[in-house]
Design a protein around this ligand. Sequence first.
Ligand code: URA
Ligand code: URA
Length: 277
Amino acid sequence: RPSLSDARRRYLLRQRDLGGPEVYLSRAPGSGPAPAPPAAAAPPVPPAASAPAQPAEALPEPARSGAWREGAPPVPGPGIEIVTPAPGLLDAAPDYASLEAVADAVRGCEQCVLCGHRTHAVPGEGPAGARLMCVGEGPGETEDRTGRPFVGRAGDLLTDILAAIDLPREQVFIANVVKCRPPQNRKPLPDEVAACLGYLRAQIRLVRPTVLLALGATAAEGLLGVRQSLGSLRGRVHRFDGIPLIVTYHPAALLRNPNWKKPTWDDVRIARQLLDA
Ligand code: URA
Ligand code: URA
């Protein structure tokens, strides 16, 4: 069980990763060098914003349930609608009996060149009854080594983002567009995506989540079949075979560009509201 100060430290790091006031971190006694400020000041995230600057040890308890609702944007209007069944979509997805059967097929898959590079295939994980399904691009180094999705640094951030909307990661289905790591973490090529997409569609068909969350442009492109900027796909509720689909930045992109943290926080709170709608 983590100590209280571990929990506080984690809360502070999450606030920073979500674009919260970094002043808390830089003012914590003995916390070492201050983290670099964001390139542009993002509006602070409540409830931390309302707390006066004070030493880390005096901060409020983390993760007050429902706190994400404060300042959450309204659910936006409709966007791209992918209607299925349609040729090449869900009806053409292989009809697996279970998520485990999909995972077995993925682990034995040799349908594109990526299989020759993998240590482990990364089918995805989560409960069959998950209400939220997150879709990323493809496994990175840590994922390839462990066979599990989103377990590296970007994965830790995703876990924190989900916790911040009161969704323990264990309740969410987490998958990727491609199930094997592209060499040097390059973007998967169109033929690799095409070869792999059937597995993701089979997973969506089996889980039938209430909401889909596409993380980054590759996931959005794979699911919606359109090539548009991430910014132009945000802020609308798309539909994938009737399932509301929200597009947001990839957590790895957030680690590189802190300006995207605030919009991501807005997007995931929209997705969270749709879960209850
Ligand atoms: N990035 C992704 O897109 N997927 C993972 O599983 C890990 C990192
Ligand atoms: N561009 C991308 O491809 N992904 C992001 O998450 C942000 C910008």
